[in-house]
Design a binder for this molecule. Structure first.
Ligand SMILES: [Cu+2]
Length: 71
């Protein structure tokens, strides 16, 4: 178990439902402990276990929803 908590910029969010989309896809991804989007700063703080999920996979999950996670 190697918990990591990092904040990354997200590109493409334009409203509150975008925020929910990004949060929900991350929060339902295995290995994610908690994801919180800050809409004002266009960033997401993700706490995850890097032995279960990689940052690349998290970026792919965000991309699948139509947004871009900058790592
Ligand atoms: Cu939106």
């Amino acid at each position: 178990m190697a918990k990591i908590k990092e904040t990354y910029p997200v590109i493409g969010m334009s409203c509150a439902s975008c925020v929910r989309n990004v949060e929900s896809v991350l929060n339902k991804t295995k290995g994610v402990i908690e994801a919180n989007v800050n809409f004002a700063s266009e960033k997401v703080t993700i706490e995850y276990d890097d032995e279960i999920i990689s940052m690349d996979k998290l970026a792919d999950a965000v991309k699948s929803m139509g947004y871009e996670l900058i790592t």
